[in-house]
Design a binder for this molecule. Structure first.
Ligand SMILES: [Zn+2]
Length: 269
């Protein structure tokens, strides 16, 4: 009994010390990395991001990523950022040659962060990625009339509370001066998570006819950029593009923050 209560006191005491230490460290180095959780001393690297975020959202981002994590975020060389949307092109493709802009590889920091965004509900990280993607796209001088995110189903949106593709797409639109529409595409089919399906063919079947353009939008003759967080087989973005073409869009481009391809094989227009 005595030993047990002694243990309780010890644990509480240790926690107290730990808490006090954490508080002291936070006072000196107040920034904790949103990716690895370590206390960060590199907040000054975020000055330009902070003001950009302020401009876009009217508040401070309250997001810090340490120098070590940031340094593992390596953008692809400029001539290696455009891909064919479908990693495995099919014959009779209704939107052949569909181009996908994807400036990061799915590894390192990106591999760590994407699950944090989706399942840890870290929309701030999605916005950060959106700002990075948007800044990269600025160099491409694309001309488009509308930026739309790949939509979640109503059910999944309610579960997660936000659409990560939308959080990425919004800053992309703003930074490139293109109108943003988060309600243009609608997911009309409840699909399985693409990441839960390993077979390429099954991924295509899973998202087949999953989207349509909302009756509130007329995309006839418009150039539209569709945005998702990650592209693997490209099936999801391809289906979203198909829905836009069916509704009369003139040209569709796809963009994703990251993927696992390395071969440049497409041109934007
Ligand atoms: Zn870190």
């Amino acid at each position: 009994m005595g030993a047990a209560s002694g243990k309780t006191i010890d644990t509480g005491f240790v926690e107290e010390i730990r808490g006090a230490l954490r508080g002291a460290i936070d006072l000196i180095l107040p920034y904790r990395c949103a990716v690895c959780g370590r206390v960060s001393d590199t907040e000054d690297r975020f000055d330009s991001y902070n003001s950009l975020y302020m401009e876009l959202y009217g508040q401070s981002p309250d997001l810090h990523i340490c120098g070590k994590c940031l340094s593992s975020l390596n953008i692809q060389d400029e001539d290696r950022r455009w891909f064919l949307c479908l990693s495995n092109p099919v014959s009779g493709d209704p939107c052949p040659g569909l181009a996908l802009y994807m400036p990061f590889e799915y590894k390192g920091l990106v591999e760590l962060v994407i699950p944090k965004i989706k399942f840890g509900k870290k929309y701030e990280l999605a916005r950060f990625f959106g700002c990075v993607l948007g800044s990269a796209l600025q160099g491409e001088n694309i001309s488009a009339d509308l930026v739309v995110p790949v939509p979640l189903s109503k059910k999944r949106l309610e579960e997660r509370g936000f659409n990560q593709a939308g959080e990425i797409a919004f800053p992309v639109a703003k930074l490139n001066g293109i109108p943003y529409a988060d309600d243009c595409l609608i997911r009309i089919k409840e699909t399985m998570r693409q990441s839960d399906i390993t077979d390429k063919g099954m991924r295509a079947v899973n998202v087949s006819n999953a989207f349509r353009v909302s009756d509130d939008w007329d995309v006839t003759g418009l150039n539209v950029v569709v945005i998702d967080d990650v592209a693997t087989t490209g099936s999801t973005l391809h289906e979203a593009a198909l829905a836009l073409y069916k509704a009369g869009a003139s040209k569709v481009l796809c963009a994703a923050f990251a993927g696992n391809r390395s071969l440049k094989n497409a041109e934007p227009f």
